[in-house]
Design a protein around this ligand. Structure first.
Ligand code: GDD
Ligand code: MG
Length: 355
């Protein structure tokens, strides 16, 4: 059993963050996102992974290499032009064996993967799809199934009046690899709109595995912020590696916090950060690494990538800052803002909500 991780989307909804880094390797708390997926796959004994990449493939490769350092074997199936979710899995087929676990490269979940795989094998299904109930399913792929757990219909990104169920495709599948012959080689193909409906038309058994625990797609700024909130609050089972200084106040070894700086949980201060006197790391702040807060600066409910710096009394609330963003003294960034790599905000400048 091997896994394909679909990691080739451009991450357009996360721009400008993803201009610099493809979505699968954006940092989430203290590690590149796909590390969470590798950890979940390991729970089911899957250590042979194909990264299906199209957008900035070298940036993914430079983070994970051949996987040896992580005790994994990682190969890369690179597309010259994005082939879509189905075409991408088809493109990875030469690297696969009899059973394949497919992951969308932007979902974080605590699904019991060993059970999904065991139930799949016991059922004789051609495919098992993990589903998750969500309150607003329109942005996802809806999947209907009958009382016996047999999938009966797919409806990708429905119009509001078409919504018939709240269970969505969670972007995790276990497949009998032989079925991939339904996907034509080297053409753009959607696994959700093409391959799965074709399995149903052929009369194949496609099983639903409903997961009611934690699940999120990190592909929008709101969800990317949300996932950090959830990790900090302990809503996802993760042992955060940094020592806990106070209740859910995580400060990595090698971070410098001056006397007179204030840390309000839940928050995370990564390695190499420097927090000066009078600065406040407020609730929901994640300083991934090497972030500097000048005297009196304040960050809340925001994620700041490596090397960001805030001048004296600068403020950031509800925002995402890519690496190396610098705010001058007394500058302020409002909620919903998303700043690209190396952006410079001069002293006393203000960016309103959603900049
Ligand atoms: N290699 C490769 N090539 N990967 C791709 C391509 C491609 O052409 N297009 C998309 N991907 C990857 C993305 O990087 C992402 O990890 C995954 O496939 C899904 O693509 P998204 O663009 O994030 O799709 P979505 O979130 O709108 O919808 C999908 O995920 C939902 C769950 O989050 C669908 O599978 C929905 O049915 C599902 O509900
Ligand atoms: Mg997505």
């Amino acid at each position: 059993m091997k896994s394909v991780i679909l990691a080739g989307g451009e991450g357009t909804r996360l721009r400008p963050l993803t201009l610099e880094l493809p979505k699968p390797v954006v940092p989430v708390l203290d590690r590149p996102f796909l590390q969470y997926q590798l950890d979940l796959l390991a729970t089911a004994g899957v250590r042979d992974i194909v990264f299906s990449v199209a957008y900035q493939p070298d940036r993914v490769r430079s983070v994970f290499g051949d996987g040896a350092a992580l005790g994994r074997s990682i190969v890369y199936a690179v597309e010259d032009e994005p082939l879509g979710t189905g075409g991408a899995v088809r493109n990875a087929w030469p690297h696969l064996d009899d059973v394949t676990v497919v992951f969308n490269g932007d979902v974080l979940t605590d699904v019991d993967l060993p059970k999904v795989v065991a139930d799949h094998k016991a059922s004789g299904a051609v495919a098992t799809i993990v589903l998750h109930p969500v309150p607003n399913p329109a942005a996802y792929g809806l999947v209907e199934f009958d009382g016996g757990g047999r999938v009966t219909r797919f409806l990708e990104k429905p119009k509001p009046e078409e919504i018939t169920t709240d269970t969505i495709n969670a972007g995790i599948y276990v497949l009998d690899s032989r079925a991939l012959d339904l996907i034509p080689p080297n053409v753009n193909h959607s696994i959700e709109r093409g391959f799965f409906p074709a399995l149903l038309r052929r009369g194949d058994l496609v099983r639903a595995h409903v997961h009611r625990g934690y699940w999120i797609d990190i592909g929008t700024p709101e969800k990317y912020l949300q996932v950090h909130e959830d990790l900090l609050a302990g809503r996802f089972p993760l042992a955060i590696a940094a020592p806990e200084r106070g209740p859910r106040v995580f400060v990595a070894d090698g971070a410098l916090v001056a006397d007179g700086a204030r840390l309000e949980g839940p928050c995370y201060v990564g390695p190499g950060c420097r927090i000066e006197a009078g600065a406040v790391v407020g609730a929901g702040a994640v300083l991934t690494r090497d972030v500097t807060l000048g005297p009196g600066a304040r960050v809340e409910a925001s994620v700041l990538w490596a090397g960001c710096s805030l001048g004296a009394e600068a403020r950031v609330r509800g925002a995402l800052l890519a690496s190396g963003v610098a705010l001058g003294a007394h500058a302020a960034v409002g909620p919903g803002s998303c700043l690209g790599q190396q952006a410079r905000i001069p002293d006393h400048s203000r960016l309103g909500a959603g900049a």
